[in-house]
Design a binder for this molecule. Structure first.
Ligand code: SAM
Ligand code: DTB
Ligand code: SF4
Length: 374
């Protein structure tokens, strides 16, 4: 892919740092003080040099957290958004994502099912809202959603129903063309989740059935249709530190930045190629979140999959690093997640509030401002 094609696909501006495949270009190394001062304002910048991203990641953890929290408080109050997930179509996916329990390429223990009926989706959304979620994400194990036809119409109906409940609607249904993106937006989708997962360089070690460019093209279609972008990745897949930082670099070179950046810790699912990977150092997760917060200061950073494997102190550090959303409820799409009451208790102990803001103006959370959020 040429740099021009990449700019077209991502909407990034022209810069050596908007690169996907080339080696890092050299820029002047900043002193630690210069580095911190260049991010303190909390204003977003496009084209942060890779060297600076590396320098941030290498800061002593307390200094990195101090900078991240400073940037965070310039843009957000000490609140955490609860988002609820529902798998509306589970298992049997044609893609070979090496981490995923829902890929048809691997033998895993998921309860596969076809598209859920609208009423089941509506009641899950109502339950999520009653539990304090302001965002509801519907996921489907598709390479891309079926073109038009009955199934896609049913998805659009479900989106309208969830939107009517006053929730911020997110969907993650695989690759979209321009027309599908427009239809989803029209039905009431606020955010589309489509992760790049890892660096362009490590990508083919994770997935072979689609390319990085395919993902970037969907992101472009999502943006063009007027939905916000939820795009992040997974740590703990055997990637290098450089791979984690390259993913952050690509995300921070999207212009505008993704409004939402999920950071997942790999859930090692039996039957998948990644089931036996080693434990991931929680401080690397904390550093990744902090750097995401600093270089994408206005984006909502989501501490996503893998919280059942984390102790509460690690989660507290992730919030300090700038994470300000979690998925709630005992099930993610297919995998486990902490119980809602446990999460409420944790936030209370940390003195953090559950966010009442929603981008859906119909939101009627008592006392909620109904103001737009990221
Ligand atoms: N099929 C759609 C797609 O791939 O975009 C939507 C669903 S997919 C399950 C959503 C995201 O969940 C993936 O992009 C990946 O980042 C994350 N995910 C899936 N399995 C995971 C696992 N075992 N551990 C951590 N994150 C995972
Ligand atoms: C994201 O980045 N993480 C969520 C959401 N977006 C859709 C999904 C996590 C899935 C974890 C594995 C599972 O439950 O199957
Ligand atoms: Fe399919 Fe999405 Fe799982 Fe990949 S991550 S196998 S595309 S459901």
């Amino acid at each position: 892919m040429t740099e021009k094609q990449q700019q077209d696909a991502t909407g990034t501006s022209s810069s050596a740092n908007g690169r996907l495949g080339s080696l890092p270009t050299q820029t002047k190394k900043l002193t630690k003080q210069e580095l911190k001062e260049s991010f303190f304002s909390g204003e977003p910048k496009i084209n942060v040099p890779f060297e600076q991203i590396e320098q941030l990641y290498a800061l002593p953890v307390p200094e990195l957290l101090h900078l991240a929290q400073t940037v965070h408080l310039k843009n957000f109050s000490p609140e955490v958004q609860f988002c609820s997930l529902l798998s509306i179509k589970t298992g049997g996916c044609k893609e070979d994502c090496s981490y995923c329990p829902q890929s048809a390429h691997y033998q895993t223990e998921v309860d596969a099912h076809q598209l859920l009926p609208l009423e089941e989706i509506r009641s899950a959304a109502q339950e999520a809202k009653a539990g304090g979620a302001t965002r509801f994400c519907m996921g489907a194990a598709w390479r891309s959603p079926p073109k038009k036809g009955k199934q896609f119409d049913q998805v659009l109906e479900s989106i309208r129903a969830v939107h009517a409940e006053g929730l911020e609607v997110c969907t993650t249904l695989g690759m979209l063309d321009e027309e599908q993106a427009e239809q989803l937006k029209e039905a009431g989708v606020y955010a589309y989740n489509h992760n790049l997962d890892t660096s362009p360089e490590y990508y083919e070690k994770v997935i072979t059935t689609r390319t990085y460019e395919d993902r970037l093209q969907t992101l472009k279609n999502v943006r063009k249709a007027g939905m916000t972008i939820c795009c992040g990745g997974i740590v703990g897949m055997g990637e290098s530190q450089t791979d984690r930082l390259r993913l952050l670099e690509v995300l921070a070179n999207l212009n505008p930045h993704p409004e939402s950046v999920p950071v997942n810790l790999l859930i090692r699912t039996p039957g998948t190629p990644f089931e036996k990977l080693s434990d991931f150092d929680p401080f690397e997760l904390v550093r990744t979140i902090a750097v995401a917060r600093i270089i994408m200061p206005k984006s909502r950073v989501r501490l996503s999959a893998g919280r059942t494997e984390m102790d509460e102190s690690t989660q507290a550090m992730c919030f300090t690093a700038g994470a300000n959303s979690v998925f709630v409820g005992e099930k993610l799409l297919t995998a486990g997640n902490p119980a809602l009451q446990k999460d409420k208790k944790l936030l209370e102990r940390l003195g953090l509030k559950v966010s009442e803001e929603s981008a859906n103006t119909k939101n009627t959370v008592p006392g909620g401002s109904g103001k737009a959020c990221h």
